[in-house]
Design a protein around this ligand. Sequence first.
Ligand code: ATP
Length: 325
Amino acid sequence: MKKIAVFTSGGDSPGMNACIRAVVRAAIYNQVEVLGIRRGYAGMILGDFVPLDREGVQGIINRGGTILGSARSAEFMTPEGRQKAFEQLQAAGVDGVVVIGGDGSFKGATVFMEEHPEIPFVGIPGTIDNDLYGTDYTLGYDTAINTALEAIDKIRDTAEAYNRLFFVEVMGRDAGFIALRSGIAGGAEAILVPEVETDIPLLIQQIGEYHEKHKHSCIIVVAEGDDAGGAFELAKQVQDKVPYEESRVTVLGHIQRGGTPTCADRVLAAQMGIGAVEALLANKRGIMIGVQHKQVVEVPFEQSTKHNIEISPSLKKVAHILSAI
Ligand code: ATP
């Protein structure tokens, strides 16, 4: 293995830059050259490659986003698109690839390797959703929950001033991990997640009782993928049926994807980046580098791409006791 390529794909997440840096430095440590692929699979098809050396990844460990850009590529979903990508990688002398992305990116890598087994791929789970099997945390998740938490804390300040009811929507189309953690840590009065069916009449009753007893601000944290249909839809169904004089909806949206990665995400990026390079050097392929109980592990793509939407019973209990109004 003389030359590897690294790229970021799918939804961006904080910590991707720290991870690119770790891949590059680990490769250099092992006398391996690195090419960065710009804009995901789309850039791979176009041969949009840039050599990365130590200087090229200087000063990026603390930067959000990804210096390589990310993209979703419809063309890579076709055999013709993947053939073009293969030709570009071969022409550039790439012996192995590190893909930093979510389950879609790993599925793309799997299909590619079935057609072009000459070039092995190893994956790093870069997504804020924490919804991949085989790793305790995905890259960017810790930063995202802390961003959401900071926002919830600020909303609490203003909610208390007027004793308002707030519906705060956080990211999570299929998984409620961001909602659950930021909701527990932010002292939310209720947390609604896609994994648990939402009982609107019960919620209305509980908000009413809470208002009666405490006359206090009330924050409902809702994951975007909850069956209530997100914060705006939930507010429509609830706000006229509860005694709060005023309610507000805040959708945190893309601020959860940005920002300086936390210490935990930077350390994860370093462990995973080094793990990916070492796996390629050991002739491994088709695996995601995860971290379980602080140890770096290798998880086959076919396992890691299954959506992990199992909420820990312990956190469920905490949410039930502390957030059931
Ligand atoms: P996130 O979880 O943040 O959305 P992701 O990696 O799951 O990230 P996707 O858009 O699902 O994001 O996938 C990224 C890219 O991977 C797609 O745009 C496409 O080019 C490629 N890809 C996804 N699934 C396949 C597939 N089954 N076959 C070939 N390529 C795929």
